[in-house]
Write a protein that binds this ligand. Structure first.
Ligand SMILES: Nc1nc2c(c(=O)[nH]1)N[C@H]1C(S)=C(S)[C@@H](COP(=O)(O)O)O[C@H]1N2
Ligand SMILES: [Mo]
Length: 210
């Protein structure tokens, strides 16, 4: 390897803490059992809905005061945020510094007004994928309905026009092609939770299976 390239790579490894994993009570940037990737893998059930923004809509209901449906124009009218976060997939790849833009879930929550009994959300997508997340995690400051990545419209393969991004949990809890959000009082297993994957999926506690 050319010397400059080697030095640059080793500097990057130091910045990223390559090979470091979290010890007991420690928190490093790479959760235990993960490795860093620089590309962005595509993972789904093999059918990628082809939705123009005009074909997309999101229906939100269940244990809320004001159920709603947002079409693309409605989403565009909401306050937009930008958030940079890391992706951790349960298949062990992580990708740092993803720059997302879209609408904060806090904005959605303020519109629908969840009832006190609401504790979980069932999230369903246009490809029949489903997952379930606690309201507490869905409400995180860095959670958004993402419409763009790295300054460009979110591509079809990565869930465009709209996907959820919930950085605190493994990436299977971030549904692509988001269609439906249902507030409930109980944890209902989705596509992967019903197949041996963890109910919560916190990468820092390696909640992969169970
Ligand atoms: N609608 C839908 N969302 C999905 C999935 C899927 O199959 N369908 N796969 C999940 C899994 S397991 C992962 S790791 C991420 C992958 O997102 P990416 O393809 O943008 O990397 O999407 C998640 N969201
Ligand atoms: Mo995944």
């Amino acid at each position: 390897m050319n010397r400059d390239k080697l030095v640059a790579a080793k500097e990057r490894w130091a910045r990223e803490g390559r090979l470091l994993v979290a010890g007991p009570g420690e928190r490093r940037r790479l959760p235990p059992g993960q490795h860093l990737v620089r590309d962005w893998p595509v993972l789904d059930l093999g059918s990628q809905p082809n939705l123009r923004p005009a074909d997309w809509s999101l229906t939100v209901g269940g244990l809320v005061r004001r159920p709603l449906t947002w079409r693309w124009d409605d989403l565009e009218r909401q306050p937009q945020i930008e958030s940079v976060s890391d992706i951790h997939c349960v298949t062990a790849w992580s990708r740092y510094d993803n720059r997302w833009q879209g609408v904060a879930t806090a904005t959605l929550l303020a519109s629908v007004q969840p009832l006190p009994e609401a504790k979980f959300l069932i999230l369903k997508s246009f490809d029949a994928y489903a997952t379930c997340v606690p309201l507490e995690q869905f409400s995180g400051r860095d959670v958004l309905l993402a419409t763009s990545w790295d300054g460009k419209p979110l591509s079809r393969e990565h869930g465009g026009p709209v996907r959820l991004v919930l950085p605190a949990l493994y990436f299977w809890k971030s549904p692509k092609w988001l269609r439906h959000v249902w507030f409930t009082d109980k944890d209902v297993p989705g596509t992967w939770e019903a197949r041996g994957y963890h109910r919560l999926g916190d990468p820092w506690r390696q909640q992969r299976y169970g």
